[in-house]
Every structure is written in structure tokens, then in C-alpha cells.
Write a protein that binds this ligand. Structure first.
Ligand code: ATP
Ligand code: MG
Length: 756
């Protein structure tokens, strides 16, 4: 990294960086280095150096008569040396900054006990040092953007009367203004005209949030350049036949100027055509800059920026399905007036919680499109439903509405009246609370959300269907309503899926409070406003401190010494996990005898977890391990004060145990440990004999003997601390609750059985 720019750089979450000087964010280190070497950064660095040097030789002057011209001040200070510049206070003309030739001159000026000008006593001070701040030029619409900053939004929302009204306010704040819509229309027309020149017969079709009803001020402009007719046109022109559709290109197709003279649209590859599109944009569309062809994306595009409005956009040429799903989203927004406010609210919430919107393109967050589909799915599946399923819509579509796009059935009615009114009259306030409630425990990885069917398809049955062959299953499975083999959330990783759930959980909890439901009479924040504050998720996941089970000395059987008791408990813990709960359980080497190491320390934790779940390598030194390779009931050696194991849980052995216990033969209930082992075995069998590829849970357990003073029996205990990857925190919670009861009970049984 360039040394000079180092102090300006601030690391961001997810590996990005921000340059404080230029106020830009970049995705990674190479981009940061490019930026630091780039023109803009270098220019600002130079500017800062110049400003700082100016500051060091300038004085702040006041006390002169109002209206004194700069030239008079300049003449006065010339007696000490050369005056480089005089900047008058523009508004009131009561002070001036006088830039002097150098520091020596500054010293001279400041050492003068008194300065007088035109009979007035001047006050002359060194100029205040200010941090250099770059103020980017104000772009058109920036006043609107300022209105949309989170504090301003919060202020406006608090003024509303209830949550439903807050949601309407949110839409009004974010949707396009008349002028923004008009600007986009003009731009589309301009693009259309220019591209018609070069690709006669082509049509420029806007799609995405500019037109689907979920417009947000400043959102990108998605354009699809439909070249179908241009291909026909070219073919017929080459064959010298006149086009049927009346298109009358101004450029002769075979003239040197025509782009089409170089390329055969029917056989050209997507990258080839996009390079041409980029060239046209770059050279022929006024006001467009930063043109860049992104050819590696799932849907290759040419990105651009409109200078005056700073509107960003992209043009694609093979995105007919997106045009189709745009019309479909539009249909749903027209079908029920609650759709828009609910989607706007969920999108804004997700943005504030960093769950949606991938700032650098790509990335593991949900896209706005995916999030919108999730809200629509929720409205299809609530009771009674607000929106019909895609299958239902298909049945409603008439002959002229039948459409197959890229091989997928995209038939649905044009008229939203075909969706029919919903019998569900719930308020937006309740819908939002219900949305969070539904998704707080949703099995995003275990099923496939289908808007087509309006239900969660079970993974096994989906995987046996035709559409599944190319469907990338992952931590979040949301099927596109038309392109059925496409998982719209394939980019969402486990961590984001879990965070989404946790955020829904804390939102659902908040929605049950009066603070959500009622306007504050004391001017406090209420309703949606709290929901939009970046949340504190830690409160929902169990913390390391909470993941401890203490076994008091009262569990000590007979006259065992503390050491012997610890050894027996350790053997018991192994027995319960391995034999009773059918888990994989293996001792780790580094847990042994490391008294000072806290399991809660992240490095220790990750080391423990990364050490895997295999038995540690046999290093031939038995004395290291008090328990490994030793018969469980064998003679005990002197041992250390702590032992650590890795554990993998393969089946849901903590669920439904009571039901299975009841089914077992009562005669067998004599030995509780055996009975419980049988219950676990049956649960495992029910879930399939073979172990899944990945365990359900992985964690580390450390048993530690704790006694400040062994004569203080009250405070002598063995603690079992659990450490796990934060991604498993939620799933682990239920298992841990189960263990809190089950483990001490089983250990008591085990220890009782050890008494000779
Ligand atoms: P915004 O631009 O405000 O984030 P958007 O809906 O325009 O929202 P984009 O990412 O710009 O989102 O995508 C434009 C459009 O492309 C979407 O509205 C949708 O029609 C289509 N689209 C985007 N992502 C996908 C996807 N993964 N699968 C199918 N269609 C998609
Ligand atoms: Mg968009």
C-alpha cells in the first residue's frame, strides 16, 4: 500500500476500505492500491499539501473598517514582505485571511505589537489549523439525498400517527419525484434514439426498480437492449429485402459509419455485441461517462453513469426474463395497495441491518430483488392469502398472454384485476410483525421457497424434480418465479442467512412491544424507527458466558477425592456424548493442562474448532492424555485440571425424546442410561441410518475443575464450557437447553453406577 495515503485509509467490514480523504469506499486491497495511486487521490493529496502550507503562512485579520477592500489590506502587509493572497469574508466583510510569502514573514507580522490601518486597530492572529476536508461537487438531486439520510427519515416517521402511516411516509420519502421520473424517461428516449441509429430496429426497454413499482430515489437504471428486430432487419437488409416494420435507419447498413457493417448480429457473441454497445455509449451518447463492459457477470452488462444527474445504470442484451419478472412485480403492486409499503419497509430495514444491497456488486447479501420476492411469497402464504400463486395466475391468463421466454413459462394476465381482491384485511402494522415472526425460524436451507406454488418445497422432493438439476442449493433457497432452475439467493452464505434469521427474531420481538405499536406521547422514537436502527444481535444468540453447565460438588459420590471425582466426571461426559447421545467425541491435545487459556477467547475457540473432530494423532505420549486410549473404568492416573473435547452431533437427538421413550417396552426401562441410548439410536435411525455429510452441530467442550480453596465446598465445582462457531449459535441454543437438564441427570446416573 502506498505509504503516503496510509493514514487516510479506514478498514471496513467484509474486507473493504474507505479513503477518508476522497470519501470513497473500495472493495479490497488491490482496488485500494489502485485508488491511492489514482489521479483523484493524488490530486487531493497535493491540494491538501498546498492548503496546509498556505495555512502555515497565513494570518487571520479583523478590526478593520467594514467594506475595506482587499487591496488596502494587501498594501498594508506588503511592508513586511510579499502578500500572496487576501481572502475577504464574503458575507459581512469583517475579517480576512492574508496569505504571506513565507513563515519568516509570518513571524515578523506576528511579532509586531500593534497593527493600525486607516486609524483602526487591527487584530492579527495566526490562522486556525483545520483538517483538510474534500467536499465533492454537489450533484443534482443531492438535496433529495440529504432528505433521505437516516436521521431525517427517522424524524419524519416519528411525526406520523401510526405504523401504517409511517409506512406510507416511507414510500413517499423514497419513491421517485416527478422530476426524477421525467429525467429517466428522457434518458431512455435519448438512448433509444442513439441506439436506433446504430442498431436499426432495436428497442430500449427499461426494467427493474425504475419501472416495477419499487422505485427508490437514486436507484440504478436497468436497461434491456432488445436486438431481436435489429437482427431481422440486418438479415433482410443483407438479403436486400425491405424491412416490414417500417424502421427507417438513417445510416446505410453498408456504409463505413455503420457499426452493423462490421458485425453479424445473429452470429456475434454476447461479449462482442456488448463491446459495440459500450463503444456507442462512450462515443455517441451525450453526458454519459464511466462506461465499462462487465462481461463476467451471470448476465453480462455495460455499466455507465450519466454525468449531470449522477444516475448509474446498465444495459444488457440477454435479459428478457428480467423484463418479464419486472412486469410480474408490477402486477403484484397493482393487485394490492399494501404490497408497496410493505416491500419498501422490509427493503429499508434490511439495508439498515446490512442484510441486503451488495455495495460492490456480488457479495453474500440478499439482493433487493430477492428480498422483494420474499415479501411477495409471505403475502402469498399468509392466511387468507393476499396474493395469488404464479400457478394460479397462469391459469387465469388468456390466449394472448401465453408466453414462453427462454424456455420458461411466463404466462400471466396483464390486468391486475385477475388477481382478485383479497379477503385478508390485516393492517400493514400486523403484516410486518408477522413477516418477521414467520422468518425468524424459517428453514431456508432445508427447503425451497417457491412463489410458483406459493409454498416451501421440501428439499428431497424438489431435488427429484426436473428443475433441480441446475438449481444451486445453499443456505438460502429462493426459486425464481419463472426461471425455475435459478436460485435467486444462491449468493447468500450461511452467515448472512443466519444473520437474516437473527435480525428477524429481534425484529419480531420488538414488534410485540408497545413501543412498536403506539406513537410515543413523550417525543421518543417509536414504531418503525427503532426497527431501522442497526441492531444488537448478540442479545439474541447465547453468549459464551451463558454456555456453561456447572456441576456442583454435591454430585460427588461417596468419598472420592476431588481429583478422582474430576476424572470420573470427565469419563462420564464422554460416555453421555458418545454412548448415550451417539455423538462423535474426541479429546483435543491443546485443552490439556492449559489452565490459563479461556475457551471464550476467539483464537482459542477457532483453534479448537479448526482442529477438527478426529481423534488427535497418537504421539505416543500417553501421559499427555488422561482419558484417551484408557479403558473408561480403568485405574486413574493423576490428571490436569482441564480437558477439552471436540464434539459433532449428527442427528436431532434432543428432539422428540419423550415420545420415543413412551413407545419403548416398559420392562427395558430399568437402566436409564441404556434406555436413553436406545432413544438416541432410534432417533438416528429415523433420520436415516447413514450419517449426513456434515454434522448438524460442531462444538468444543472444556471440563474444568474449579476451586479457589478446596475446603470451600460451596464454590468447588466442575464447569463444562461450550465453544462454537458463531454461525451455529442459534441452532446450538436448543441443544444446549436440552443438555442443561439432560447432562447432569445422566452424569448422576453414570457416577452412581461407578460406586463399587
Ligand atoms: P435496485 O436497483 O433498487 O436495487 P432492482 O430490482 O432494480 O432494485 P437490480 O439488481 O438492479 O434490482 O436488478 C434489476 C432487475 O433484474 C430486477 O428487478 C429483476 O427484474 C432482475 N433481477 C435481478 N437479479 C435477479 C436474479 N437474481 N434473478 C432474476 N432476475 C433478477
Ligand atoms: Mg435496479
Amino acid at each position: 500500500m502506498a505509504e503516503r495515503g496510509k493514514d487516510d485509509v479506514e478498514p471496513l467490514p467484509r474486507g473493504g476500505f474507505r479513503c477518508r480523504l476522497c470519501r470513497v469506499a473500495v472493495a479490497n486491497k488491490p482496488s485500494l492500491e489502485d485508488h491511492l495511486r489514482g489521479k483523484k487521490h493524488q490530486r487531493l493529496e497535493n491540494l491538501r499539501t498546498v492548503r496546509q502550507s498556505q495555512e502555515l503562512r497565513s494570518v487571520f485579520v479583523s478590526g478593520f473598517r467594514k467594506g475595506t477592500p482587499a487591496s488596502e489590506l494587501s498594501d498594508y502587509f506588503q511592508t513586511y514582505g510579499e502578500v500572496v493572497n487576501v481572502v475577504m469574508d464574503k458575507e459581512k466583510g469583517v475579517y480576512a485571511i492574508v496569505e504571506l510569502q513565507n513563515k519568516e514573514m509570518l513571524k515578523k507580522v506576528l511579532s509586531e505589537p500593534q497593527h493600525n490601518l486607516g486609524g483602526q486597530k487591527l487584530r492579527v492572529k495566526p490562522r486556525e489549523k483545520k483538517d483538510f476536508k474534500y467536499n465533492p461537487p454537489r450533484k443534482q438531486g443531492s438535496a433529495r439525498q440529504e432528505q433521505l439520510n437516516p436521521e431525517k427519515v427517522a424524524q419524519k416517521l416519528c411525526e406520523a400517527d401510526d405504523v401504517d402511516a409511517q409506512m406510507s411516509v416511507l414510500v413517499q420519502l423514497f419513491e421517485f419525484s416527478e422530476s426524477e421520473r421525467h429525467l429517466r424517461d428522457l434518458l431512455v428516449t435519448l438512448f433509444q434514439e442513439v441506439f436506433q441509429e446504430f442498431f436499426p430496429g432495436s428497442v430500449m426497454i427499461p426494467f427493474g426498480s425504475s419501472v416495477n413499482g419499487f422505485d427508490v430515489s437514486g436507484c440504478d437504471l436497468d436497461l434491456f437492449l432488445d436486438l431481436e428486430k435489429a437482427k431481422h432487419f440486418q438479415a433482410s437488409a443483407n438479403g436486400s429485402s425491405v424491412p416490414q416494420d417500417g424502421a427507417s435507419p438513417k445510416l446505410a447498413l453498408h456504409s463505413e459509419d455503420s457499426i452493423l457493417s462490421d458485425v453479424d448480429l445473429a452470429s456475434a457473441t454476447v461479449p462482442e455485441v456488448l463491446e459495440l454497445v459500450a463503444a456507442v455509449l462512450q462515443k455517441c451518447v451525450p453526458g454519459v461517462h464511466n462506461v465499462q463492459a462487465v462481461l463476467t457477470a451471470r448476465r453480462p452488462v455495460v455499466k455507465f453513469c450519466h454525468k449531470e444527474s449522477s444516475l448509474r445504470g446498465d444495459i444488457s442484451i440477454n435479459n428478457r426474463l428480467a423484463v418479464c419478472n419486472t412486469r410480474f412485480l408490477q402486477l403484484y403492486t397493482e393487485a394490492d395497495e399494501r404490497v408497496r409499503p410493505l416491500v419498501y419497509t422490509v427493503r429499508y430495514w434490511a439495508k439498515q441491518q446490512s442484510l441486503a444491497g451488495n455495495p460492490f456488486g456480488g457479495g453474500p447479501l440478499l439482493t433487493n430483488y430477492a428480498l422483494t420476492l420474499l415479501v411477495l411469497y409471505f403475502l402469498q402464504t399468509c392466511s387468507p392469502p393476499v396474493l395469488p400463486t404464479v400457478v394460479h395466475l397462469r391459469e387465469q391468463s388468456g390466449d394472448t398472454e401465453q408466453a414462453i421466454v427462454d424456455g420458461w413459462d411466463c404466462s400471466f394476465p396483464k390486468d391486475s384485476a385477475q388477481c382478485g381482491p383479497s379477503r385478508n384485511k390485516e393492517s400493514l402494522c400486523s403484516f410486518l410483525a408477522e413477516f418477521f415472526h414467520v422468518f425468524e425460524d424459517y428453514d431456508f436451507a432445508g427447503g425451497v421457497i417457491s412463489l410458483r406454488e406459493g409454498q416451501l418445497l421440501s428439499l428431497p422432493s424438489f431435488l427429484s424434480s426436473e428443475a433441480s438439476s441446475k438449481f444451486k442449493t445453499g443456505s438460502f433457497n429462493l426459486q425464481d418465479p419463472f426461471e425455475l432452475s435459478h436460485n435467486v439467493t444462491a449468493n447468500v452464505n450461511k452467515k448472512t442467512a443466519l444473520r437474516f434469521q437473527l435480525c428477524c427474531r429481534s425484529a419480531a420481538k420488538y414488534c410485540r412491544s408497545l413501543q412498536y405499536q403506539r406513537k410515543s406521547t413523550k417525543g421518543k422514537i417509536w414504531g418503525l424507527v427503532r426497527l431501522f436502527q442497526p441492531g444488537n444481535l448478540e442479545a439474541e444468540a447465547p453468549t459464551d458466558k451463558e454456555l456453561v453447565i456447572n456441576l456442583p460438588l454435591t454430585m460427588c459420590q461417596g468419598k472420592d477425592s476431588h481429583q478422582l471425582w474430576f476424572q470420573k466426571v470427565c469419563a462420564g461426559v464422554m460416555f453421555v456424548f458418545e454412548d448415550v447421545l451417539k455423538c462423535s467425541f474426541s479429546e483435543t491435545q491443546q485443552g490439556l493442562g492449559e489452565e490459563g487459556a479461556s475457551i471464550a477467547e476467539p483464537e482459542a475457540k477457532s483453534e479448537l474448532l479448526s482442529s477438527g473432530f478426529k481423534r488427535p494423532l497418537d504421539n505416543g505420549d500417553d501421559s499427555l492424555s488422561p482419558l484417551a486410549k484408557r479403558p473408561r473404568n480403568g485405574p486413574w492416573l493423576p490428571i490436569e485440571k482441564s480437558v477439552t473435547w471436540n464434539c459433532a452431533v449428527w442427528h436431532h437427538v434432543w428432539l422428540g425424546r419423550r415420545r420415543i421413550r413412551r413407545q419403548l417396552d416398559p420392562i427395558e426401562k430399568t437402566n436409564l442410561l441404556e434406555l436413553e441410548a436406545k432413544v438416541s439410536a432410534l432417533i438416528s435411525q429415523q433420520e436415516g441410518e447413514a450419517r449426513p455429510a456434515e454434522p448438524l452441530l460442531r462444538f468444543a467442550v472444556r471440563a474444568q475443575f474449579n476451586a479457589e480453596d478446596t475446603s470451600d465446598e460451596q464454590n468447588t465445582h466442575i464447569s463444562l464450557s461450550f465453544a462454537l462457531d458463531p454461525e451455529q449459535a442459534v441452532a446450538f441454543k436448543d441443544f444446549f437447553h436440552f443438555l442443561q437438564n439432560f447432562l447432569p441427570q445422566m452424569l448422576e446416573q453414570y457416577l452412581a453406577a461407578q460406586i463399587p
